[in-house]
Design a protein around this ligand. Structure first.
Ligand code: FE2
Length: 437
């Protein structure tokens, strides 16, 4: 990996802030750190980049993805029903053929795709339900191999349940011994309600014992009786571990009756548990057993945000048995949240942008390394946009990606040219009209 320049200067930046209005500033990067931020910096730099008033943002954060299954769509077959459970069946077949090289190659290809679109922090789940722990080993090796340009966290995720088969509990603990960053679970997919409750308690025990984070696939089902979030909340309140805990998906929250949902919202105020919604996939997976009306099946993002809970967003899947689409672009994820969660107000759209940036950093507990502040690692992106709204509306191109002081990717925005002569554009001496899409 090449060394960063001694000083890189970004001129005329529209620097985003999570809660305050943007600032017009120059930003100096000294080595791998932010060296200075001021309305105008005079000192010369080895390399200068005139940003021309475009927005400069901390990098995007992918809070929830499964890199072990990424880019396997159609292998060995397509998910024709589109359901979560057919996806789990297909993956059970596909994972029999996993090799370390297979996992690593697809994971790194996906990470590069994401990094080129400004994602520099990623939390991935690794399926630890299979005997050889190949997915986990592969993703731990990837985490170490890419650390110079992207930060990856690995969650030990028992896809078939902690108690779904006799060896799964031991495999989960072995994954922590091998170095997984977080303990995962899937209580709504355990064989019984009692097993589901027991699995949540066991996950909290393991997290305390091995000093790891927690990220549980919780209530990812349309069943309004799937109520493991309350178990997570109770464990978080009693253990005081809330900020280190994430509840992923919680799609059943969408279907709870309001009397129960409001009671639960009250309990949530007693803990700082993080929520992760995955709107691209859950708008397609959920509601499959409904006729009409069809439920949206995405958790109550707007209400959680209004109450001050930390909500971040993820893809969950990119081209795998559960979701055959996806490009790794977090602006797609935020845009889908805006639509599905009806967050079209100006402040609401800004909040959705924050859910794929600052809020994700809070969920991943990387705030000490995140944010454009003097002294912090120089991780930032420059977008072809003049505001969050503009970036979201047009899925703006991420023009420059700077990781630890180094420019690691650049992308030219697409340009269209109007070619038809008409009254407003005479054929003779017709000027080139460059339009942004
Ligand atoms: Fe997931």
């Amino acid at each position: 990996m090449t060394q960063p320049p001694a000083r890189l200067l970004l001129r005329n930046c529209c620097l985003l802030h999570p809660t305050e209005p943007p600032q017009q500033v120059d930003i100096a990067i000294d080595g791998d750190r932010i060296g200075a931020i001021a309305p105008h910096l005079d000192e010369p730099a080895e390399v200068e980049l005139n940003v021309r008033g475009q927005i400069v943002s901390p990098p995007f954060v992918e809070s929830h993805i499964h890199l072990d299954s990424a880019l396997t769509v159609g292998e060995p077959r397509w998910n024709e029903s589109g359901t979560l459970f057919e996806g789990i069946d297909i993956w059970r077949e596909r994972k029999q053929t996993l090799t370390l090289a297979d996992v690593k190659e697809r994971a790194i290809a996906t990470l590069k795709q994401q990094a080129m679109q400004g994602v520099l922090f990623v939390r991935t789940h690794a399926d630890v339900s299979e005997q050889t722990l190949t997915a986990l080993q592969g993703l731990l090796e990837v985490r170490d191999a890419v650390r110079d340009w992207i930060t990856v966290q690995v969650v030990a995720f028992p896809q078939d349940g902690v108690y779904g088969s006799p060896k799964n509990e031991e495999l989960l603990e072995e994954a922590l011994r091998l170095g997984a960053d977080a303990v995962g679970g899937i209580p709504h997919y355990e064989l019984t309600r009692e097993d589901g409750v027991r699995s949540v308690h066991r996950i909290f025990e393991l997290a305390a014992q091995y000093d790891r984070l927690i990220d549980i696939h919780c209530d990812e089902i349309d069943d309004d009786q799937a109520r493991f979030l309350e178990v997570m909340v109770a464990c978080a309140i009693r253990s005081g571990m809330g900020s280190r805990v994430a509840a992923s998906h919680t799609t059943a929250f969408h279907s709870y009756n309001n009397a129960y949902a409001f009671k639960l919202m009250g309990f949530l105020q007693r803990t700082d548990i993080n929520f992760i919604a995955n709107p691209l996939i859950n708008i397609t997976l959920q509601g499959r057993s409904d006729t009409y009306p069809k439920r949206r099946g995405v958790t109550r993002v707007k209400e959680l945000w209004q109450q001050g809970q930390n909500v971040s967003l993820g893809h969950d899947c990119v081209q795998d048995p559960w979701y055959g689409l996806g490009t790794g672009n977090m602006l797609d994820v935020a845009s889908m949240a805006i639509h599905v969660c009806q967050m079209t107000g100006s402040a609401e759209m800004d909040a959705c942008y924050n859910m794929v940036t600052w809020n994700g950093a809070k969920t991943l507990q990387v705030e000490d390394r995140y944010g454009i502040e003097v002294g912090k690692p120089a991780n930032l992106v420059v977008l072809d946009a003049d505001s969050r709204y503009d970036a979201l509306r047009r899925r703006a191109t991420v023009r420059h990606v700077i990781s630890q002081g180094r420019l690691i990717a650049q992308t030219e925005p697409p340009r269209s040219q109007w070619m038809v002569a008409d009254e407003s554009t005479p054929a003779l001496n017709m000027p080139s009209i460059l339009m942004q899409p």
